[in-house]
Design a protein around this ligand. Sequence first.
Ligand SMILES: [Zn+2]
Length: 423
Amino acid sequence: MKLLCALLVFVASASAVKNYGGYQVLRVVPQDMEQLQRLHDLYNLLEDTVDFWKEPTRLNQPVDIMIGPNLVKDVKLELSRRDLDFSIYVEDVQTNINNERCTDCVNAKAGFNYNIYHTADEISQWVTDMATDYSIVTEINIGKSHEGRDIKAIKISSGGSKRVIYIQGGIHAREWISPATMMYMANEIVTNYGVDPAVTDMVDNYDWYIVPSLNVDGYAYSWTNDRMWRKNRQPAFSLPSCVGTDLNRNYPYKWGGIGASPNPCSETFYGDAPLSGRETSVVHKWLQRFSGNIALFIDFHNYSQLWLYPWGYTHDKDIRQPHKDLQHALAIKATDALKVPYGTEYFVGMSGPDMYPAAGASEDYGYATLRVSYSYIVELRDEGNYGFLIPESLIEPSGIETFEALKVLGNDPLPKGPPIPVV
Ligand SMILES: [Zn+2]
């Protein structure tokens, strides 16, 4: 009996959190169009079996492929067979997971510690506490996730009714630096209001709504079960054994197009229908109250250091949208400011044509569906050294530099520009 108990405990603890021992990340950098094409072919072949941390995009842009121990040999052979040079970018993913947490940071500061990652429950409590502690903060309960967690926003407002800046983080569960950066920046706004004139103006100019962790179930799961979880936790209607919709392929504009998968087991599964994801649907309904009044929409991800604007659904450079120049110029201003503290460089461009197409994604939703003149998708740090596993010691630098960009945006008049075409 004792042995059985011991065995059960072992099985329970062993199955609790997925171990990434022996998982490697291989990097391939396409040097010419032919190699890029061969990488695209490989992506189409392997997309459902291995995890592309970074899929093929354009020349000289790295492709990062995470491979489990049982496939490492085969994939390396396949790459050699296709004459594609690779480097072993992450020798052992589990080692990077272990190194992500900074044990001596835990008690570094009194009060809420912005230098560490927090669980879904802690983030939820943080929203409540911010509203208790600061008069310019209101806790907003947007609705329930698939598993019944609260999806929360903090509203920062100095009163009256102003145009809205809406920011969301954590739509992809494993991108932990996103919620951490959202919380860092919200705290900077709140604690510097009335102290720093540039921050005071941000709040006097706009009402801010910040959703630190949109995909709350996925985020919780990335703590308790699988650090590399990306999607939400909703079983697919068409194939319930596959869990999770890629919420950032589930938005209604051009839903089901290229860069999104109909396969419920794929990491980029677009869902059973537009807005079938519980979280995208709940937040979408809530956002309707701001109809026509949102000046800026940003969806924060990591990694790659990109600041991108619509369109995302197509790679066709000739498909125009009338805000391209305004969006580009503003993104350049924001990323110039971002670069000042640490020299961090961002690429600015049109999402689909300049990087890679992804239909049903947030930047097109912000622009075409919510009709926001400045709609962006941002990929935070880094360029791949840590990928999704940004060490906690880099939360503060990420927060500091991204907040410089946000200050520029909050101090911009954000003119509406030409009418957004009905498309
Ligand atoms: Zn993402």
